[in-house]
Design a protein around this ligand. Structure first.
Ligand code: AMP
Length: 270
């Protein structure tokens, strides 16, 4: 496994590489990331994992500063998986050039996390643009857990590059909680509550019927869940996977949730 610490090394190493699969991460590698990596290893000639905690996508400075960092552990996992390259750039290396035109989301895309985390996806799209420009992968593997991120990145990249963005299923622990680097910030009690909440939402999804206004119903449910679990729900909405518009039919639609527990913000979709 080659560890590339800057863009000059990266360019040199990747010069003759074709059919590259890229898994972008912010580190603290867990089984969710591993699933993406294993898919890339299976489907691509070579695989590169990038580890970069991107400051521009954090709308909260403290959240950026306290983001988990486990580089030694990460490298051990990646070595065991037999990843070909790991790219660990510095902030100055990624943001060497100023962009000519600022990235702006369309009004219709300012929903879900984009509504609550101002500037977050602009930061994600900016860094993905820079990474794809440097790495030029054939395929990028992203998790369905961050569905809105996958949706916006795919739309953005398809306009500019020939890179394919591949969606991978959400990996959960045996208590239904989606794996996330942020889970280590949770107490045992909060992890348990999260698990109960997700199980409740799974059951709730089964009971949804076309005869009611699903989103109005979820708004009411959201109040109930906040009371029962002592959490703060930012959004609980039913949306279509194709265009992320609010949905009133179960076909191709999911429940999207963002909530705070122990002051940790978690998201999921079911
Ligand atoms: P992150 O390091 O949190 O930025 O995540 C890097 C990639 O891993 C993103 O495409 C995420 O959607 C994906 N990912 C994070 N958690 C999971 C999970 N539990 N299952 C599958 N993919 C995940």
């Amino acid at each position: 496994m080659k560890i590339l610490l800057n863009s000059t090394k990266l360019k040199k190493e990747l010069k003759k590489i074709e059919g590259l699969g890229h898994v972008p991460t912010m580190g603290s590698i867990h089984k969710g990331h591993e699933f993406l990596i294993l898919r890339s290893l299976k489907e691509c000639k070579k695989t590169i994992v990038s580890i970069f905690v991107n400051p521009t996508q954090f709308n909260n400075k403290d959240d950026f500063k306290s983001y988990p960092n486990n580089i030694k552990k990460d490298l051990n996992i990646l070595r065991k998986l037999k990843v070909d390259f790991v790219f660990i750039p510095k902030i100055n290396d990624i943001y060497k050039f100023k962009r000519k035109r600022k990235i702006k989301l369309k009004k219709k895309d300012i929903i879900l996390c984009a509504k609550f985390r101002k500037g977050h996806f602009e930061g994600v799209l900016d860094v993905m643009d820079r990474l794809v420009n440097m790495i030029n992968p054939k395929k990028i593997y992203m998790g369905q857990k961050d569905y809105q991120q996958y949706y916006l990145v795919k739309k953005f990249l398809e306009k500019k590059y020939s890179t394919q963005t591949i969606k991978c299923k959400t990996i959960r622990n045996n208590q239904s909680v989606a794996l996330s680097s942020r889970n280590i910030k949770l107490t045992t009690d909060s992890l348990f509550k999260t698990s109960m909440l997700i199980k409740d939402l799974k059951k709730l999804k089964k009971t949804l019927s076309q005869s009611i206004n699903i989103n109005r119903y979820l708004k009411k449910k959201s109040e109930e869940l906040m009371q029962n679990y002592g959490i703060k729900i930012e959004y609980l909405e039913f949306r279509n996977l194709k265009d992320l518009k609010k949905s009133d039919t179960k076909k191709n639609s999911k429940i999207f949730i963002a909530f705070y527990i122990d002051e940790v913000r978690l998201i999921d979709n079911l």
